[in-house]
Design a protein around this ligand. Structure first.
Ligand code: HEM
Ligand SMILES: [Cu+2]
Length: 641
C-alpha cells in the first residue's frame, strides 16, 4: 500500500506560540481535537448530559403538579425550574444535538475529510460548553434565572431581582457565538467541500437540512443577541429600551425574541426531519418519495419561517390587520410541513418495512409530529388562540413538536448511526423497550395537557387548588413523565451495556444508501482513503445495487469498504492538526461574563486571556497530527517542527 506523501508548509512558529500538540489519541487529545467526528461526539455527550439535567428539572415540576396544593417547590423555585428546563432543552439539548450529528455526518455524507474551518469548529463547541456551564453556575452564584425561556421584558428587566437574568442573557450570548461559528463552518463546508459529482440534488436530505438551519442561525442569532444586549443594558446601565414609563416598549422585546424564536423552532425541528428522511428509506428499502419536494419544502420553511413570528403575540393587541396577516402566514407554513409528511408516507407505502429501533422512532416522530402540527394549526386561528395561549394546551403543543418531534427524530438518528460511530450495534431488545416506554410515557405526559389547557389550567403556575377538575389528568401526566424517565434509564443502560459487551457492527449493518456507510465503522481519522466520485443520489446504494427489468435491486459484485476500494489511497492526505487555542480562546468568554455581572477586574483578566488565545491561534504553524503515517520529508526541512 503506497504511503501518502505530505508536505509541511515552510512557516516557523511565532515566538511565544505554543508548539502545536501532535497526538490525536488519549484524554488530552479531546481538549485539542479539531477532528469533526470527535467534536461531534463532544457535542453529543454534552447534549445527553444536559438532557438528563433538563429532564430532572421537568420531573420536579411534574412532582409539584401531581396533586393540588403541591408544596415540594416554592413559587420561586418553580419559576426557576421551568425557566432552566425550557432554556436547557432548547439551547443546550436540541440545538447542540443538530451540531453533534451534523458535525459527525455532514462531511461523511458529502465525501469530505473534515469541515472547512476545523479550529473554528472546535471553538464553536467550547463556546457552547462555556455558555452552558456559565448559565448553570448561576445556581451557585446568587440564583438561576426565573423569567421563563422567552424572558419577557419588563418581567426580566424591572421586576426580576438578583443576577439570574443576567446569567441567562450572557449565557445565551455565549452559546450564540458557538452556534454562529458552527453555522458558518457548515455553510462553507457544504458549499465548497463536496466530493466530485456530489451535486446539490444528490446531497442527502439531512445535509440539506443542516444547510438550511445554518442560514437560519446566521439570520436569527444576531436578532436575539441585539435584544439580549438591550435587556442587559436596561438591567445594568439604566437604559430604557423596554421601560414603558420612560418611553421604551416592552412589546419590542417580544418582537425581537419571536423574530428569532420562531425560526428557532425550525432550527430545532428541521435536522430531526432530515434524520427521519434518511432512516425511512433505508428501513422501507425504497428511495425517499419526492426527494426534491422534501428538500424544497425544507427550504421553503426556512424562508416562510421569518414571516409568522407574531402568532406568539396574538393576545398583546397588535390590531386586526396584523393579526389577520400573521394568521394567514401561519396557515400557509403548514403547507410545506404537510408536503414532507405526505412524502414520508409515500416512502413507507409499498415498502418492505423492517421495524428496527431507528425505524420505530422515525415512525413515532411522524405520528407525534402530526399531532403537534395539528394543535399548532388550532393556535393559528387567532380567536381560538385567545383561549389557548398561556395554558397547558400550548405546553402540550410544543412538547408534541419538540419532544414527540425533535427528540423522537434524534433518538432515531442515535440508534441508526451508533454502529457507524462506535462499530457496535445498540441492543435491539433494549432499544424497542426504550421506544415503547417513551412512546407510552410521552403520550401519558403530554396528551392530558391538551384537556387541562382547554379546561383552563394556566402554564407557569406552581400549584392549583382542589375542585378545579384538574387533579386526575395532572396525576396521569406526572406518572407519564416518570415513565419517560424510565425509558431514558433503559437507553443509558443500553449504551453502557453495548460499550462493555455489545454486538460488533459491520460497516453497513442496515444495508443503507449514503456515503457514510461506504467506509469502516468507526471511520478512520481521514474518513476516505480516496475521495469518492459520486455518480448518483444515494450513491452508495447504487454502488451496491443495479436494477433488473422490473426495477428490483440486484446486488453488484464489489470489493470491501474504503481501503479495499479499487485504487487504494489518495496520494496526498492533508489533515488538520490539533490545537489548544480554540479551547483557550473560548474559555475567556465566561470570564468576561462574570466580569460584567460582578466585577470589572474579571473583565480585564478575561479580555487578556481571549486576546492571547486568538493571537497564538492565528500564528501557530500547520503541522500534521501524529496519527498520520510518517511523511517522507524533503531533506532541507528536517528538524522544523
Ligand atoms: C423529559 C420530559 C419532559 C417533561 C416531563 C416536560 C415537562 C414540562 C412541563 C410540565 C412544563 C411546563 C411548566 C409550566 O409552565 O408550568 C414544561 C415547559 C417547557 N418544556 Fe418541557 N418537558 C419535557 C421535555 C422537554 C423537551 C424535550 C423539550 C424540548 C425542547 C422541552 C421544552 C420545554 C419548554 C420550552 C418549556 C417552557 C418553559 C417556560 O415556560 O419557560 N421540554 N415542560
Ligand atoms: Cu411560532
Amino acid at each position: 500500500m503506497a504511503t501518502a506523501t505530505v508536505t509541511v508548509p515552510a512557516s516557523t512558529p511565532a515566538a511565544g506560540a505554543l508548539r502545536r500538540p501532535r497526538s490525536t489519541t488519549g484524554i488530552a487529545s479531546w481538549f485539542t481535537t479539531v477532528d469533526h467526528k470527535k467534536i461531534g461526539l463532544l457535542y453529543g455527550m454534552t447534549a445527553i448530559l444536559f438532557f438528563v439535567i433538563g429532564g430532572v428539572e421537568a420531573l420536579l415540576i411534574r412532582l409539584q403538579l401531581a396533586a393540588p396544593g403541591g408544596n415540594i417547590l416554592s413559587a420561586q423555585e418553580y419559576n426557576t425550574l421551568f425557566t432552566m428546563h425550557g432554556t436547557t432543552m432548547v439551547f443546550l439539548v436540541v440545538m447542540p444535538t443538530a451540531a453533534a450529528v451534523g458535525n459527525y455526518f455532514v462531511p461523511l455524507q458529502i465525501g469530505a475529510r473534515d469541515v472547512a474551518f476545523p479550529r473554528l469548529n472546535a471553538y464553536g463547541y467550547w463556546a457552547f460548553l462555556a455558555g452552558g456551564l456559565f448559565l448553570y453556575s448561576s445556581f451557585f452564584l446568587g440564583g438561576a434565572p426565573d423569567g421563563g425561556w422567552f424572558g419577557y421584558a419588563n418581567l426580566t428587566s424591572d421586576y426580576s431581582f438578583g443576577t439570574g437574568i443576567d446569567f441567562w442573557i450572557i449565557g445565551l450570548i455565549i452559546t450564540g457565538i458557538g452556534s454562529l461559528t458552527a453555522s458558518l463552518n457548515f455553510i462553507v463546508t457544504i458549499l465548497n467541500m463536496r466530493a466530485p459529482g456530489m451535486t446539490f440534488m444528490r446531497m442527502p436530505v439531512f445535509t440539506w437540512m443542516i444547510l438550511v438551519i445554518s442560514f437560519l442561525l446566521i439570520g436569527a442569532i444576531p436578532v436575539i443577541t441585539i435584544g439580549l444586549i438591550e435587556l442587559f443594558f436596561d438591567r445594568n446601565f439604566g437604559t430604557n429600551f423596554f421601560n414603558v414609563v420612560k418611553g421604551g416598549d416592552p412589546i419590542l422585546w417580544q418582537h425581537l425574541f419571536w423574530l428569532f424564536g420562531h425560526p428557532e423552532v425550525y432550527i430545532l425541528i428541521l435536522p430531526p426531519m432530515g434524520i427521519v428522511s434518511e432512516v425511512l428509506p433505508v428501513f422501507a428499502r425504497k428511495p425517499l418519495f419526492g426527494y426534491s419536494f422534501v428538500v424544497f419544502s425544507g427550504v421553503a420553511i426556512g424562508f416562510m419561517g421569518w414571516g409568522v413570528w407574531a402568532h406568539h403575540m396574538f393576545s398583546v393587541g397588535l390590531g386586526p390587520a396584523a393579526v389577520t396577516g400573521f394568521t394567514l402566514s401561519t396557515m400557509f407554513i403548514a403547507v410545506p410541513t404537510g408536503v414532507k409528511i405526505f412524502n414520508w408516507m409515500g416512502t413507507l407505502w409499498g415498502g418492505s418495512i423492517r421495524f428496527k429501533t431507528p425505524m420505530l422512532f422515525a415512525i413515532g416522530f411522524v405520528a407525534m409530529f402530526i399531532i403537534g402540527g395539528l394543535s399548532g394549526v388550532t393556535h393559528g386561528v387567532s380567536p381560538a388562540d385567545r383561549q389557548q395561549t398561556d395554558t397547558y394546551y400550548v405546553v402540550a403543543h410544543f412538547h408534541y413538536v419538540l419532544f414527540g418531534g425533535a427528540m423522537f427524530g434524534i433518538f432515531s438518528g442515535v440508534y441508526y448511526w451508533f454502529p457507524k460511530m462506535f462499530g457496535k450495534l445498540l441492543h435491539e431488545g433494549l432499544g424497542k423497550l426504550h421506544f415503547w416506554l417513551m412512546f407510552v410515557g410521552f403520550n401519558l405526559t403530554f396528551g392530558p395537557m391538551h384537556v387541562l389547557g382547554l379546561q383552563g389550567q394556566p402554564r407557569r403556575t406552581y400549584t392549583y387548588p382542589e375542585g378545579m377538575g384538574w387533579d386526575f389528568w395532572n396525576l396521569i401526566s406526572t406518572i407519564g413523565s416518570f415513565t419517560i424517565a424510565l425509558s431514558i434509564a433503559v437507553f443509558l443502560y443500553n449504551i453502557f451495556r453495548t460499550a462493555r459487551k455489545g454486538e460488533m457492527a459491520s460497516d453497513d449493518p442496515w444495508d443503507a444508501r449514503t456515503l457514510e456507510w461506504s467506509i469502516s465503522s468507526p471511520p478512520p481519522p481521514h474518513n476516505f482513503d480516496r475521495v469518492p466520485m459520486v455518480e448518483a443520489r444515494d450513491d452508495f446504494w447504487h454502488q451496491k445495487y443495479g436494477e433488473d427489468n422490473e426495477g428490483r435491486p440486484v446486488a453488484r459484485v464489489r470489493g470491501g469498504s474504503n481501503g479495499d476500494a479499487p485504487g487504494g489511497h489518495d496520494e496526498h492526505i492533508h489533515m488538520p492538526s490539533p490545537s489548544y487555542w480554540p479551547l483557550v480562546s473560548a474559555l475567556g468568554l465566561p470570564f468576561i461574563g462574570y466580569g460584567l455581572i460582578f466585577h470589572w477586574g474579571w473583565l480585564v483578566l478575561a479580555g487578556l486571556l481571549v486576546a492571547w488565545g486568538i493571537f497564538a491561534w492565528a500564528m501557530e504553524p500547520d503541522v500534521e497530527p501524529e496519527s498520520e503515517p510518517e511523511p517522507e520529508l524533503e531533506p532541507e526541512l528536517e528538524g522544523v517542527e
